[in-house]
Design a protein around this ligand. Structure first.
Ligand SMILES: Nc1nc2c(ncn2[C@@H]2O[C@H](COP(=O)(O)OP(=O)(O)OP(=O)(O)O)[C@@H](O)[C@H]2O)c(=O)[nH]1
Ligand SMILES: O=C([O-])CC(=O)C(=O)O
Ligand SMILES: [Mn+2]
Length: 604
């Protein structure tokens, strides 16, 4: 193919040969009007946000500095799991939980979609690094996109721009991450505020460590450093190199005795990671600081302990339910500005609002679809998966260790889901393999973070169902091996939590949010060997007296209900777990069947 002289390609600010060749190839294929190398400066931010305002995509907020309201097309508001593919060479490597297509076949299909798909638009080249660029082995990526929204959001969510390109030198490896909205503009054609395509593909080539995304501008589908790189591709790297890439928050907990502990927690999308990561303890003397709210990369240190690092640079948080009562630190973070709010409501005085931000809704709003809204309206003002995108460095309780490339040593890992029944408020695994069993059988109700039905209970192993970039059976095995390969006295202890259990009237049994500090306290006291527990068929559960519920106003019966292990409810889980495990055939580690047998015999 002869190269068209696309403006922006001749004088590229790099001599990285593989990068230049790839950008050229993709520009030839997609035919943008120009190529722009993203430098990450304030001037660039001004220019691009200005362009988005002119396009009607953004509305500049008057009530918050340097912040924007954004409305997306109502068809493009969440991750599309049914359009997400792991295109490994061998189908078996994608496993029974991923969509698969032969990589050559997928490339043929997508190449035709990409052909000319950036006509009338600009191709932006975004050099990025997940985690500190000062790391020994910086984790580079380059995203090509025709979306200004993606460029602006990537600047918040990852370390991007000239400094990264420079650090990539002439030959450092990087993950190529190709993205297009799939909405070319013909000559004279007017643009729409949120271009996207009805055809969507979110595709990963694990052997090549490459990402191809088409048709969506929404966060998890389009900000390719996040779920696509840092979980799906990174989980493959982690399997090959002996580390862990997980859907986990990271927090630092300081006890009244000034002892510090680092905790990681895996909850499915829209199940409480951001809230727990920024929690304001309600119990005196305890302090929480934030390290990460969504993704943890964990490697063993020379001292045999597991160290966790947050590869991200921003927070892409669920807006509804975030308020001064529930997550004041998130409110303080966004109040500083420099943020993008997508699919929330706009107030008459140039601010944003969503359900749960304040007790009293404003008398009038413009809803996320641009319609007049009052408290009498039938629909919520904001989409349930509306998001705030804000710099993590603005978080007032960000732990100073956040920038340390070595990460922090994890003492406890929590798994959690959204279950109305069955799962007690907290239980502790007997040992590592039992903890892996808890992770492998984790279940949760589906949420609005992905398209499809909401509220359906499904297995979501390690909160990674949509994010494991290879065979989930091999992934369980990787966790088992990780435990075997390391000193068991230094491994994190594993716990399973559920903030979402309901009483007979449908109300939450546990107040949640800041009160979850009481559960963190019990976890620490378990680590220190001071908290009592009863051994149940599903692990060690607090005695009602060992959980600090002082001043909560819960009756003893309510506490017991929150902690209850009901044998009938668990008996009903057994066939579901069996059916789940059978999916994996001989890929399922035999230890998982052993753990299921232990559960069965303890329930008998
Ligand atoms: N009842 C109750 N709701 C909670 C609690 N923690 C979080 N939530 C609500 O659950 C929803 C999701 O919480 P987030 O903290 O944003 O969830 P997340 O895991 O970070 O979600 P993603 O960013 O999609 O991965 C919000 O509406 C919260 O208000 C809790 O302890 N109890
Ligand atoms: O990835 C996204 O779009 C948002 C998110 O955090 C999730 O869905 O888990
Ligand atoms: Mn979150």
């Amino acid at each position: 193919m002869t190269s068209v002289a696309t403006p922006g390609l001749e004088n590229a600010p790099t001599t990285h040969a593989r990068l230049l060749a790839w950008v050229q190839e993709m520009a030839d294929l997609t035919q943008p009007d120009q190529v722009v190398w993203v430098d990450g400066t304030d001037e660039e931010w001004e220019r691009l946000t200005g362009k988005l305002v002119d396009a009607g995509t953004f509305t500049r907020l008057t009530a918050k500095p340097n912040s924007f309201h954004c409305a997306s097309d109502p068809s493009d508001v969440a991750r599309v799991e049914d359009r997400t593919f792991i295109c490994s060479v061998d189908e078996a490597d994608a496993g029974p939980t991923n969509n698969w297509m032969d990589p050559a076949e997928m490339k043929a299909v997508m190449t035709e979609l990409y052909r000319g798909c950036m006509r009338g638009r600009t191709m932006y080249v975004i050099p990025f690094c997940m985690g500190p660029v000062e790391a020994e082995d910086p984790m580079f990526g380059v995203e090509l996109t025709d979306s200004e929204y993606v460029v602006v959001s990537m600047r918040v969510m990852a370390r991007i721009g000239s400094a990264i390109l420079e650090a990539m030198g002439t030959d450092r490896p990087f993950v190529p991450a190709m993205h297009s909205l799939g909405a070319p503009l013909e000559q004279g054609q007017n643009d729409v505020p949120w271009p996207c395509s009805d055809t969507k593909y979110i595709v990963h080539f694990p052997e090549e460590r490459a990402i191809w995304s088409y048709g969506s501008g929404y966060g998890g589908n389009a900000l390719l450093g996040k779920k696509c790189y840092s979980l799906r591709i990174a989980s493959v790297m982690a399997r090959d190199e002996g580390w862990l890439a997980e859907h986990m928050l990271i927090l630092k907990l300081t006890s009244p005795q000034q002892k510090t502990y680092y905790v990681a927690a895996a909850f499915p999308s829209a199940c409480g990671k951001t809230n727990l990561a920024m929690l304001e303890p309600t119990i005196p003397g305890w302090k929480v600081e934030t390290l990460g709210d969504d993704i943890a990369w964990m490697r063993f240190g020379d001292d045999g302990r597991l160290y966790a690092l947050n590869p991200e640079f921003g927070l892409f948080g669920v807006a509804p339910g975030t308020g001064w009562d529930t997550n004041p630190n998130a409110m303080r973070t966004i109040d500083q500005g420099n943020s993008v709010f997508t699919n929330v409501a706009l107030t008459d005085d140039g601010d944003i609002w969503w359900e749960g931000m304040t007790d009293e809704p404003p008398a009038h709003l413009t809803d996320w679809k641009g319609r007049d809204w009052t408290p009498a309206s039938d629909e919520p003002s904001s989409h349930p998966n509306s998001r705030f995108c804000t710099p993590i460095t603005q978080c007032p309780i960000l732990a100073p260790e956040y920038t340390d490339p070595k990460g922090v040593p994890i003492s406890a890992i929590l798994f959690g889901g959204r279950r109305k029944t069955t799962i007690p408020l907290v239980s502790e695994a007997r040992d590592w393999n039992h903890g892996v069993f808890m992770g492998a059988t984790l279940s949760s109700e589906t949420t609005a973070a992905a398209t499809g039905a909401v509220g359906v209970v499904r297995r979501d192993p390690f909160a990674m169902l949509p994010f494991i970039g290879y065979n989930a059976g091999d992934y369980f095995q990787h966790w088992v091996e990780t435990g075997k390969a390391h000193d068991s006295t230094k491994l994190p202890r594993i716990f399973y939590v559920n903030w979402f259990r309901r009483d007979a009237d449908g109300g939450f049994l546990w107040p949640g949010f800041g009160e979850n500090s009481r559960v963190l306290k019990w976890v620490v006291e378990r680590l220190e060997g001071t908290a009592a527990a009863v051994e149940t068929p599903v692990g060690h559960v607090p005695t009602p007296d060992s959980l600090d519920v002082s001043g909560l106003g819960m009756t003893r019966e309510q506490v017991e209900q929150a902690l209850r292990v009901d044998k009938d409810e668990w008996q009903a889980e057994v066939p579901q777990i069996t059916e789940w495990f059978e999916k994996f055939g001989d890929k399922l580690p035999s230890t998982m069947w052993d753990e299921l047998e232990i559960l069965k015999s303890r329930l008998a």
